[in-house]
Structures are given as C-alpha cells and as structure tokens.
Design a protein around this ligand. Structure first.
Ligand code: HAM
Length: 435
C-alpha cells in the first residue's frame, strides 16, 4: 500500500499514554457513582433505529443528520447508538425492571454521531452516563447534579467549568412558550437557516439550540421560557435550585445562576436541564463537557408505564482535554531483571521475572551484553528496582537488588529474589510512577 493508512475521519486511536487518562476518568466516575449508589451496566452498541428515532426527536440534529444507520444482512434497520439514555429506557422495558425501582444506573462506552469533526467533537466518541429512574422529586435532580459536580471536582475540573441550569417546564408551560416563541420568530423567519424553517413548523423550541450563527443572533433576543412556566413547574425548578444552594455549602464551590437559554439538543427532556460548560480554552468551540436533565415521558414511549428519569452524560474525550496529566499514575513501576551474556544468565533472569509476575509484582526482563545500555533502558521503564544477573552472579548464585530511588543495594541468593521483592511490595503497597 503506497499511501499511509489513516483512521476513518472523526475516529482516533487512543495511545497508551492517553489511554491511562481515559481509564482514569472512567474509574473516578465509577468510584464517585458508587458513593451515590449507582450500579454499572452495559448496553448493545447498536439498536433498532426506532429506539432513537422515536425518542430523540425528529427535528433534532442527532436524528436528522448524525445517525449511523444501515440495513443489516437480515434487512433490519439498525443504528449505532448516538447516546445512552434511549437505550437505557429500552433496556428498562425489555428487561421488566419496573420491580427494581428506584434504579441508579451507570454506563460508559463508545457512541457514534456523523458530525463535522473538530477539536473535542468526533464521530466515534465516549461518554460516562448516569441515569436515576423512578424518583420524580427535585431532590433526585439535585442529587444527579451533585454527582456531576463531585465527579468534576474529583477530576480537578470544578473550577474550570460553569453550571448552566434551566427548566423546560411541563407540557402546558412549553405550549404557552412555543406560541410566544413562534410569534417572535415569525417576523424574522426569512433570516432563519433552512433547518430552522423546518423546525418552525415541527418543533420551534429546537431553534433555540441551533448552531447556525444567524439563528443564534435572532434567538439571543427571544423571550425566555421562565416567564411562561405554570406555577407548579416554576415551584419545582425553584426547589431544585434551593436544594442545591442549601446543600453545596462547605462541600463544593460553584456559581449557581439559572441560564434560561439552555434547551438541550434532544427531545425527551422536561423540567430541569443543565450543562457544564468549560470556561478555559481547553475545548475550543465544543465547550459543553457534561449535560443532562429530566425526562419523565421517555420510558412510556417504549410501551412501558410512565417512569420518571433524570441523568446526564459527559464526553470522555472532552474531559481528557481538560484533565492535566500530572496527577495521574500512568503505570506500575517494574522490577527490571537484566540477563547479561550467556544462556544460563538469561534463563535465570527469565525464571526470576516469571516468579515475580506470578507473585503479582510487575516485572520486565532486559537481555543485553551491555550493562550501561540495560540500566538506561530500565530508567526509561521507570524501574523501581534493577537486578543484574551475569556470569559472576550465576557462579555465586547471588545477585544485587538495586533500589532505583535510594540507590541502595542488597545482595541476595537469586532464588530468593522474587520472595524478597514480593514481600517488599506487600509492605509498601504497589509502586506506580507518574507521568
Ligand atoms: P448530549 O448533550 O448529546 O447529551 O451529550 C453529552 C455530552 O457528550 C456532551 O456534553 C459532550 O461532552 C459529549 N459529546 C456529544 N457529542 C460528542 C461528539 N461528537 N464528540 C465528542 N463528545 C461529544 C446526551 O447524550 C444525553 N443522553 C445526556 C443525558 C443522559 N441526559 C439524560 N441522561
């Protein structure tokens, strides 16, 4: 092949140095999620197209332009999942999880959207995703927002983001607001993008979420939904804000002001919606790092009973762009055994390495004829200890263990070296190195 083969546009390889940060984010999300009682589950990577088409909204960009949809060999209409929430709702109904409510579910993995790739926006990307099902109370909304905050805080990002929170009210509030919005937009319909002209007829609220520059200018002066909320919807939202405000004291520091223009890009939301937006330049134009809200009608769309839900997802690639590498342990520091010269030395080195690994100690072997070069390599590997086994050591049946941090050396019978180092590990805990 003459040309260098590139990954498909919008996809990327995550090399080991980066993958450590990728896993770190998932581990921290999982760990904090456990404090809040979330259980982890996995979903299929593809679903029947209906699962997403029915729920995310006919006029949403995701359904309209971004889904990877194909007919499989059996003629089924299949879509690679563009998000998790619809799949969780489908899984809830398919598995009859009604009896297990309330449920707190965590999932993570790859998703697919045919978007125009740029920094922080890919066609295959990954999310951590949390859904809290079966509790229709402002406390549940506040709880998932606190979970989001604690995850961001654990990753050292809380001071780098801003919480934008809004309500989309109930159906009556939205109907009232839609009428007002239509009459505001009608005078300016000609200037709207083609997509938004279609949205005007089908779902005018979606125009508020348009990425088109001209649409954005028009929308900037539009009336906001808050003015048109029913009293019940307003009270519900105020309660969410109150709970967050009361409970954050002494725990987390962040600004709490409603941002009435947040509407979200998917159709299943009602009441609370929120986004955490990066304040630094780390993400460029794609600055929403975590987003979610309440969806009380979604599960019923799959033929189940009405079950309330609230949740959020965060893009792992976007989190990775913001998380600094310095705090993350990148790997276990190995014991390096150098087999120097002849076959017997190499055999002993290999035997020692295997015994260390069997004892759950990270170990690497370097075969070399040059001690200096071998030590150089061991340093590059972030070795915690180095043991050189050459002709002399084979004869004496003894070798020196060098602690690379303190430069101290102790001589031990080669056969005892694994035991000594495994015991040392038990005493000191696993050794890792930082990037
Ligand atoms: P979303 O706003 O579509 O919401 O996506 C959530 C997050 O996923 C975004 O804020 C962003 O960090 C990341 N993301 C989305 N698209 C891309 C992309 N093309 N490349 C990289 N990152 C991306 C949802 O997906 C909802 N299901 C969230 C939710 C859960 N609502 C309730 N529960």
């Amino acid at each position: 092949m003459s040309q260098k083969l590139q990954p498909v546009r919008g996809t990327r390889d995550i090399l080991p140095e980066e993958y450590v940060r990728f896993c770190h984010i998932i581990e921290k999300a999982r760990e904090v999620g456990q404090y809040y009682g979330f259980e982890e589950m996995a979903l299929p990577i593809f679903e029947f197209t209906e699962v997403f088409k029915r729920t995310l909204g006919e006029t949403s960009d995701v359904v309209n332009k971004e889904m990877y949809t194909f007919a499989d060999r059996g003629g089924e209409e299949i879509t690679l999942r563009p998000e998790f929430t619809a799949g969780i709702a489908r899984a809830f109904v398919s598995n009859g999880l009604q009896q297990r409510l309330p449920l707190k579910l965590f999932t993570q993995g790859p998703l697919f959207r045919y978007e125009r790739p740029q920094k922080g926006r890919y066609r295959q990307f990954h999310q951590i995703n949390f859904e809290y099902l079966g509790v229709d109370d402002s406390y549940a909304d506040a709880e998932v927002i606190f979970l989001a905050i604690q995850i961001l805080d654990t990753l050292g990002l809380l001071q780098k983001v801003k919480l934008e929170i809004n309500t989309l009210g109930d159906a009556v509030s939205r109907e009232r607001y839609t009428k007002v919005l239509i009459s505001y937009l009608q005078g300016q319909e000609k200037q709207l993008s083609e997509d938004s002209k279609v949205r005007m007829a089908k779902n005018p609220l979606r125009i508020l979420d348009s990425k088109d520059e001209d649409d954005r200018k028009i929308v900037a002066n539009a009336p906001v939904i808050y003015e048109f909320l029913t009293q019940a919807a307003k009270d519900r939202f105020e309660r969410v804000l109150d709970i967050i405000d009361q409970h954050r004291c002494g725990l987390f520091e962040f600004e709490l002001n409603p941002e009435y223009r947040v509407v979200r890009g998917l159709d299943y939301y009602s009441h609370t919606v929120f986004e955490f937006v990066a304040q630094s330049d780390d993400l460029g134009a794609q600055n929403t790092v975590l987003a979610g809200g309440r969806y009380n009608k979604l599960i019923a769309q799959f033929g189940g009973q009405e079950v309330s839900g609230v949740g959020f997802a965060a893009g792992i690639e976007r989190l990775m762009l913001m998380v600094s590498g310095s705090t993350i342990a990148t790997g276990l520091a190995p014991v390096v055994i150098v087999g120097l010269g002849g076959e017997e030395a190499r055999n002993l080195a290999a035997k020692t390495v295997l015994a260390l690994r069997a004892g759950e100690r990270c170990a690497e072997m370097i075969l070399s004829n040059n001690v200096g070069k071998a030590i150089g390599k061991a340093n590059k590997m972030h070795a915690s200890h180095v043991v050189i086994i050459g002709g002399d050591e084979v004869q004496k049946k003894k070798a020196k263990i060098k602690d690379m941090k303190t430069s101290q050396e102790v001589e031990k019978p080669i056969s005892e070296i694994p035991k000594v180092l495994i015991e040392d590990l038990l005493k000191e805990g696993s050794k890792s190195y930082d990037s």
